[in-house]
Design a protein around this ligand. Structure first.
Ligand SMILES: *[C@@H]1O[C@H](CO)[C@@H](O)[C@H](O)[C@H]1NC(C)=O
Length: 339
């Protein structure tokens, strides 16, 4: 039984009419997308307008062969990627993330002050930060694919994504699908179809555009999703300045717990390996989609890939401490706390 829409899922005729009736009562996936995009674009324009005059800042580059390089850039406009463009094509192609005055800084995030900058790549002697951002980005890509994989008749709620280390063997994206799909068990073919969706996004080489916003803006972006709104409030409460970071990739707007890499084209091998059922949770049947990926600069031979893939199929257990505190609906017993 397959019910993909664009390479997407389709059910039997009885299901379809019930689903269509339910779908008629809510905005379409396309409407939700365009509303989220509109709010994102409006806020991005507002933030850019905060720097109406060209003002110069100095960026002192650090890293192999760059020490002592000073770039004169534009405040509120130039990004680490603009800096990379002043260097070499190698820097443009291979930079994953930047460190600005020692802090991780997305490649498309405008610089607001004179600073020191290091451009990070997967080939650095310590690629920990680049790898973490990569894993997080692979999970974000999986969410983006899941969000559009099903016909409009079925809701797809992306849940707060557990941050898992690269050593866990798979990146994860938690999702609650339409209750009408509760009995659906994804086949190998469904997983292949999701993989194909991700590979299309990789091929498009889309940037991940960051935008740090006040919670009110994020709440407006996610006005159609109670689940995302709760996540916005949790993330804002954890942030020192009470703000949250949105990213846009193509026409998909998401909430991220940490920096994402520069663009989808940094992924090379990418495969969706599992869609496990986690049981009933606050948002219905929770499922954990998992996948495996390697960046362009680090290809694996197919025998190695096969071994990694087998490992990536096994359910990644997320400890309660790693997981963002799950919301508890008013009429159920609150989950036991671990602290
Ligand atoms: C950078 O990427 C482009 C496009 O993939 C490629 O044509 C070019 O050879 C790359 N250059 C370097 C120096 O890696």
């Amino acid at each position: 039984m397959v019910f993909w829409a664009c390479g997407c899922v389709s059910l039997g005729p009885g299901f379809a009419s019930a689903a269509a009736a339910a779908a008629a009562a809510r905005p379409s996936v396309a409407e939700v997308r365009s509303q989220r995009n509109a709010v994102f674009s409006r806020e991005q324009a507002r933030q850019r307008a905060l720097y109406p005059r060209i003002e110069k800042i100095e960026v002192s580059m650090q890293g192999p062969g760059l020490d002592g390089t000073l770039l004169v850039m534009n405040r509120g406009m130039s990004t680490p990627l603009s800096c990379a463009r002043h260097l070499t094509e190698y820097h443009v192609n291979n930079s994953v993330l930047a460190l600005v005055d020692g802090e991780p800084w997305p490649l498309h995030q405008p610089l607001t002050d004179s600073c020191s900058m290091t451009l990070l790549t997967f080939k650095d002697s310590d690629p920990t930060l680049a790898n973490q951002a990569y894993w997080r980005s692979c999970a974000a890509l999986l969410g983006q694919v899941l969000q559009t994989a099903f016909k409009d008749d079925y809701t797809v709620e992306l849940l707060s994504t557990p941050e898992v280390p690269v050593t866990s063997g798979a990146f994860c994206c938690d999702v609650a699908l339409d209750p009408q799909l509760d009995s659906w068990t994804p086949s190998e073919e469904s997983l292949r179809s999701l993989t194909k969706g991700a590979q299309q996004l990789i091929h498009k080489d889309l940037p991940w555009e960051p935008l740090e916003v006040a919670p009110s803006v994020a709440l407006e972006v996610f006005s159609h999703s109670r689940c995302k709104q709760e996540e916005v409030e949790e993330k804002a409460a954890q942030h020192p300045k009470g703000r949250v970071t949105l990213y846009r990739c193509g026409d998909h707007v998401l909430l991220s717990a940490g920096p994402l890499v520069a663009r989808t084209g940094l992924c090379s091998q990418y495969e969706v390996t599992a869609l496990h059922s986690l049981g009933q949770g606050p948002w219905g049947l929770h499922r954990r989609a998992q996948g495996l990926s390697l960046p362009l600069q680090l290809q694996a031979h197919h025998t190695v890939w096969r071994k990694l893939r087998q490992r990536a199929e096994k359910l990644v257990e997320v400890s309660r401490l790693e997981e963002a505190a799950p919301p508890s609906p008013p009429d159920s017993t609150p989950p036991p706390t671990s602290q």
